[in-house]
Design a protein around this ligand. Structure first.
Ligand code: SF4
Length: 367
């Protein structure tokens, strides 16, 4: 599951209710003034580098014609019939509601929908990032901070048309973007929703907020629909990925995926008022005792993707979920990550990013 930069407070979460109630609840309870009072967010963020500023931003999907959208929709629905939507390659027929590793059948499960004020400044802006949080996941991270969502069928199954309605509601509330969190296993359903939302008047950039355990086929179907890719890059070594996320091929798949995302949208650009417009915003969560992994990831990013990659070096790791678990002989299985990273480790990760040649580090997290 992707990291949530801050889990929303109970006051800010809208758990998905049955469709007839949901729309009224969204519009009645979270008007703009309430949002600003609730989260004390009133000022605009500032990004002033002219090289990464776009003055005439328009969501990329607005340039696609009807035939192209229809072609993508059909390809997405076909993908469900013999599912290889992510690197697990389960080849189950999800159109007939069969399930594979992600436990998700024909319809995506939505756990919450809300204007998110805990994301990066360029996403949350002053009216929030319109977040749609999917349940379940294709990874098995033993340290997942969202395990109550990623490992349980929380929330409600929602059709593509239903998700499109949620997107339009978030837009009507003034959110700056639509932020799909943990979409790797529901790419066909995400495409279905975007295609349904365009004729309803959707006009916001879409954020694809992913663990990076994505298939190239799925990402290619998203080319031209997604303006902002927000990939995590968790591990460099496959042994770590196998032990901690049960996906030995994670580093290889993540490298392929991030290169494809960068090919599609390039380095992150901003609108004149400091909001993310288009590009890759990469996150890396610093883990205790894994500075070598962080350094290798940053070097690869600078050398093979671009030194202009916008990177959020995240310091909020905390032991969660199965990290404190002991084996049958009472030994802690994950003792090495059963603590928060020290200040010197966080400073070392930031130093490693600079040494690699990365210079666009998300400033909010560095102060
Ligand atoms: S999306 Fe789900 S069913 Fe499809 S390949 Fe991935 S884990 Fe398996």
């Amino acid at each position: 599951m992707t990291y949530c930069s801050a889990r929303p407070s109970a006051a800010g979460v809208l758990h998905v209710a049955p469709v007839p109630l949901r729309r009224a609840h969204l519009t009645e309870t979270l008007q703009k003034a309430t949002l600003e009072a609730m989260f004390s967010v009133t000022s605009k963020p500032v990004h002033t580098d002219a090289r990464f500023t776009v003055s005439d931003f328009r969501p990329c999907y607005r340039s696609l014609d009807e035939a192209d959208l229809k072609r993508r929709l059909l390809a997405a629905l076909r993908e469900l019939e013999d599912c290889a939507a992510c690197p697990r390659n389960c080849h189950v027929n999800r159109a007939a509601n069969e399930t594979g590793v992600c436990d998700t059948g024909r319809y995506a499960r939505v756990s919450s929908v809300f204007p998110h004020f805990g994301e990066e400044d360029c996403l949350r802006g002053w009216r929030g990032s319109g977040t749609i949080f999917f349940s379940l996941c294709n990874l098995r991270c033993v340290f997942c901070q969202n395990w109550d969502i990623s490992r349980q069928a929380a929330g409600t199954e929602v059709t593509g048309a239903g998700i499109a309605g949620l997107m339009i509601e978030l837009q009507a509330m003034g959110c700056h973007n639509i932020n799909f969190v943990t979409p790797e296993h529901v790419v066909p359903q995400v495409i279905e929703a975007i295609v349904a939302a365009i004729p309803l008047g959707l006009n916001l950039p879409i954020v694809y907020n992913t663990s990076s355990y994505d298939s190239l086929e799925s990402l290619r179907l998203l080319d031209g629909l997604i303006d902002i890719y927000m990939p995590d890059f968790k591990f460099w070594h496959s042994e770590s990925a196998k032990r901690l996320s049960k996906a030995k091929d994670y580093p290889e798949r993540a490298r392929e995926a991030i290169l494809e995302m960068h090919r599609q949208v390039g380095p992150l650009t901003f609108t004149p008022d400091g909001l993310a417009g288009r590009g890759v915003l990469l996150r890396h969560l610093v883990m205790p005792g894994q500075l070598d992994e962080s350094a290798a990831i940053f070097k690869w990013l600078a050398d093979e993707v671009s030194p202009d990659t916008y990177v959020n070096v995240m310091g909020q790791y905390r032991p969660e979920y199965q990290v404190d678990k002991a084996d049958s002989e009472g030994r802690k299985k994950y003792a090495d990550i059963n603590r928060r990273p020290r200040r010197d480790e966080l400073a070392g990760a930031i130093e490693a990013a600079h040494s690699a040649g990365l210079w666009r580090l998300d400033e909010r997290w560095l102060n």
